[in-house]
Design a protein around this ligand. Structure first.
Ligand code: FAQ
Length: 297
C-alpha cells in the first residue's frame, strides 16, 4: 500500500540509493524533478544563443572551430536532459511547448547580451564555472537518470571552462585594448553568474524539500560562496579583477519576470527555430513510420 511504498522510498533516499524510473516515487518528487530537469534542459538549448552570436565573427579558424564544438555540446546536453526528463513520464514535445508558452523557466544568465568577443571567454570561464560548481553535487542526485546525465555533462563543461579561461588569458596578455575588453566582459558577467545559483537561501522555496529528497546536496548560498572562493585565485592568475559589492536581487527578480535585456529576443528566437525545424521532425516521423518504429532494419 501507499504507506509501505512511501517508507521504501524514504529508506532508499536515506541509504543514498538511486531512485530509478520504474520505482515508486511521491508525485511531488516527480513533479519537482520535472521542473528542475526541464529548466536545466531549456537552459542548455537557450544557452546556445548568446555564444552562437559570435560564431561568424570568431577571430580565427581555430577559435571558430572550438566555439562551434562548444555550442554543439550544449545542444547535446539539452538532449541528454530531455531524455532523462522523459523517464519521468513527460515528453520532450510537452516540455518544449511549456517553454515556448512561458510556463517553464530557463536560467536567468542567458538573458544577457554578448557584446564583444571577450564575452565568449567570460561565459566559458564564469558561466560554465558556475554551472560546474552547481552540477558536480548533482552527480549524486537521488534520481538515477539525472545523476548519470550530470556525470557526462560535467566532463564536457570542464573542457568548456578551460576554453573560456584560455581565451580570456590570451586577451588579458594581449594589447591594452584587448585587456580592457576582457576586464569589461568580466565586469558584466560576474553578477549574473552569481545569480545562476538561485535566490538567497531564505527566499529559496524549493531548497528544504529538494535537500530532504537529496535532489540538491547543498544550498544556493553554499554553492555560490564556493564559486566565489575558487574564482578569486583564477582571476588573479588571469590578471583581471572581480567586481566587489553586493548582488542586486531586484535585477534577478526582474529577469525572472521576463524583463531582462534579452528575454524577448531569446524566446522569440527559440520559437522561430522550433517552427523552422518542423520539417525535420515531420521527416523523422515519416521515416520511422516507413521503416517500422522499433523493428530492426
Ligand atoms: N534562473 O527555490 P529555488 C547551463 C527559480 S547552466 C531562472 O532556489 P531550486 C550550462 C526557480 O526555478 C544553467 N530561474 O529553486 C551552460 C524557482 O522557480 P519557481 C542551468 C531561477 O530549483 C553554460 C524560484 O526561482 N543549470 O545551462 C534561477 O531549488 C554555458 C525559486 O528558486 C541548472 O538548471 C535562475 N538562475 O534552485 C549552457 C542547474 N534560480 O518554481 C550554455 C540545475 C532559481 O518558484 C552555455 N538546477 N530560479 O517558479 C538547480 O540546481 C536549481 O534548480 C537552482 C534553483 C539552483 C537553479
Amino acid at each position: 500500500d501507499e504507506a509501505a511504498r512511501q517508507a521504501a522510498f524514504d529508506a532508499a533516499v536515506a541509504a543514498d540509493e538511486r531512485i530509478e524510473p520504474r520505482d515508486w516515487m511521491p508525485d511531488a518528487y516527480r513533479a519537482s524533478l520535472v521542473r528542475q530537469m526541464a529548466q536545466h534542459a531549456h537552459s542548455e538549448i537557450i544557452g546556445m544563443q548568446p555564444e552562437a552570436n559570435w560564431i561568424t565573427r570568431a577571430p580565427s579558424l581555430r577559435r571558430k572551430a572550438i566555439l562551434m564544438a562548444k555550442v554543439q555540446d550544449e545542444a547535446g546536453h539539452g538532449l541528454y536532459l530531455y531524455s532523462a526528463a522523459e523517464t519521468l513520464g513527460t515528453s520532450r514535445e510537452e516540455l518544449l511547448d511549456k517553454l515556448h508558452a512561458g510556463r517553464q523557466r530557463y536560467s536567468s544568465i542567458f538573458n544577457y547580451p554578448t557584446l564583444t568577443w571577450a564575452d565568449v571567454g567570460a561565459i566559458g570561464w564564469l558561466v560554465d564555472g558556475a554551472a560546474i560548481t552547481n552540477q558536480v553535487p548533482l552527480c549524486r542526485c537521488s534520481y538515477g537518470p539525472y545523476a548519470r546525465a550530470m556525470v557526462r555533462i560535467c566532463k564536457e563543461e570542464s573542457f568548456h571552462q578551460r576554453q573560456g579561461y584560455e581565451l580570456l588569458l590570451a586577451l588579458s596578455r594581449g594589447t591594452p585594448a584587448q585587456h580592457a575588453m576582457a576586464q569589461d566582459a568580466v565586469d558584466r558577467w560576474w553578477w549574473p553568474s552569481l545569480m545562476m545559483f538561485g535566490p538567497p537561501d531564505e527566499e529559496s522555496g524549493h531548497s528544504a524539500q529538494s535537500m530532504a529528497w537529496k535532489i540538491k546536496r547543498h544550498s544556493n548560498d553554499e554553492l555560490r560562496r564556493r564559486f566565489i572562493e575558487i574564482s578569486g585565485p583564477q582571476a588573479d592568475a588571469l590578471g583581471l579583477t572581480l567586481p566587489t559589492g553586493e548582488i542586486d536581487w531586484d535585477e534577478f527578480k526582474e529577469v525572472l519576470k521576463g524583463n531582462g535585456p534579452c528575454n524577448e529576443q531569446r524566446i522569440a528566437q527559440r520559437r522561430r527555430a522550433h517552427e523552422e525545424g518542423a520539417w525535420v521532425r515531420d521527416a523523422a516521423v515519416a521515416y520511422a513510420a516507413k521503416h517500422g518504429e522499433g523493428k530492426p532494419s
